[in-house]
Design a protein around this ligand. Sequence first.
Ligand code: NAP
Ligand code: COA
Length: 278
Amino acid sequence: MTSHNVFRDGLFDGQVALITGGGSGIGRGIADVLASLGAHVVLASRKQERVEQAAAEIRAAGGRASGVAVDVREQERVQRTIADVQREHGRIDLLVNNAAGNFYAPSESLSANAWKSVIEIDLYGTFFCSQAVLPVMRAQGGGVIINISMTLHYRGWPLMAHASAAKAGIDALTRTLALEWARDRVRVNAIAPGPIPTEGVKKAFAPPPSADGAVDVFAQERAMDDYAKRMIPLRRFGSPEDIANMVAYLASPAGAWITGAIMVVDGGEWLAKPPLPK
Ligand code: NAP
Ligand code: COA
């Protein structure tokens, strides 16, 4: 399997990376890059067929991969999953807390269960996985945890109170765990991606169907193109590989003195001044 990126082949040979939400979108991009650099990637999410399919595709491309079904909101299940991975592979070098839930919804009508679902997947899930992997990493002499955050909470983002609150919590958790666990040689960092057009994000740009039910397929493309030109200083959306390359950097020896950092990978988007809402 050849690496399409700037890192040397075999960089992660012999290492094991557990990636939550690794069967789709950004998580899948992270899995592809780490596997191309020699890691065995364990993809973990709720849908067994999704993670198994993704793992099979990575193996078909020459990588080492397996899939495991787990809901990161269930602490005991998370603990069992991590114990199983440790038993099977002997170690876990890298945990990427990437699983998340999100949707646009007005705060005033957000139900208690809607709020709870997103906070539990993002914030509790990140905490449960991190806490469960600590003893494994400590016993093997160290490890790396990378939390996938976002930038929307840096200035507030209407209709996303739940996800932005959860990610603000993840940033705080990142800095705190970095301090607590440095003595165990466990580095804890976060990456804050800008917009990456995964399936969920593309849907947000889809115009509503017209009265006769027709969907203008080019309208979504035009809306995205327009957004990239107006709102992203580097004039393009990001790709899962943009985020995966930062994961590889932080997990490599080049990141050996980096802990408690939140790396923004967003083409400059959050710094650019947004227009006022109409
Ligand atoms: P995505 O493809 O929808 O990925 C979400 C993943 O999380 C799915 O694979 C899903 O798999 C898994 N998941 C959801 N609930 C879970 C649960 N309870 N337990 C275990 N796994 C669960 O979305 P994405 O765009 O790649 O997002 C990945 C990460 O990047 C998220 O943390 C997101 O907040 C962050 N991010 C994305 C963007 C962007 O523009 N795309 C921007 C900033 C930050 P199952 O359905 O099989 O569980
Ligand atoms: N607007 C308002 N409320 C919504 C909603 C929306 N678009 N989508 C879901 N909800 C509410 C549901 O109505 C429910 O609340 P209720 O019981 O009061 O009716 C609550 O959220 C939980 O929904 P449910 O579908 O039962 O939860 P789930 O645990 O199966 O799924 C979600 C979790 C809701 C986060 C779901 O969107 C998901 O699985 N997301 C994963 C993929 C994703 O979000 N990717 C983007 C990553 S950033």
